[in-house]
Ligand binder design. Structure first.
Ligand code: IMP
Ligand code: MG
Length: 177
């Protein structure tokens, strides 16, 4: 791919990490009713890979589509729910599945939104984390990789809706933006 300056996390590293996270989640939610909630669209690759390694019997999935107002590379923190859940999460254990935790604004809004529906618990699982960018105090319970403050694409993450199809996480060339 011409517009990629460098590959930050290759396909094999992603696969290994997803398996590692799934094993921990399988232990933590054994014998519980788990609802995995993917945040659209960025989480689709991670959600699909993670789900295939989940061995809990009582697992359901659902999706929440949100959009954040603001420029394409910076989250404004003003989040709008574009598509709500189908499943009633009251009393269930919720695991939010996200592509990246950046400033924390999006996930903090989503967590509060879901908390109002009285699930038994809510945890966050993100494949990528940019700790240096945090503006709101929020941490994920399961983190794939801590990455530096660089704009990344691939494995579900986009720039201007493109590059979600790349099987790795890469940094865009500045000209590619
Ligand atoms: P936050 O509200 O700043 O934590 O932003 C979270 C959302 O911003 C993510 O769900 C992504 O959609 C987007 N985002 C943040 N950093 C990146 C990046 O490096 N590449 C692509 N999307 C990003
Ligand atoms: Mg996103």
């Amino acid at each position: 791919m011409n517009n990629i300056e460098k590959v930050l996390i290759d396909e094999a590293a992603l696969n290994n990490k997803v398996l590692e996270l799934a094993e921990i989640i399988n232990c933590d939610y054994k014998d519980k009713r788990l609802i995995m909630i993917g945040i659209l669209k960025g989480s689709i690759a991670f959600m699909a890979d993670l789900l295939r390694h989940i061995t809990i019997d009582d697992v359901e999935i659902d999706f929440l589509k949100v959009s954040s107002y603001g420029s394409s590379t910076k989250s404004s923190g003003v989040v709008r729910i574009v598509q709500d859940l189908e499943i009633d999460i009251a009393g269930a254990h919720v695991l939010i599945v996200e592509d990246i935790l950046d400033t924390g604004r999006t996930l903090s809004y989503i967590k509060q939104f879901l908390e109002s529906r009285k699930p038994a618990s809510i945890k966050i699982c993100t494949i990528l984390n940019k700790p240096s960018r945090r503006e709101i105090e929020i941490e994920a319970d399961y983190v794939g990789f801590d990455i530096p403050d660089e704009f990344v694409v691939g494995y579900g993450l986009d720039f201007d809706q493109k590059y979600r199809n790349l099987p790795y996480v890469g940094v865009l060339k500045t000209g590619g933006k």
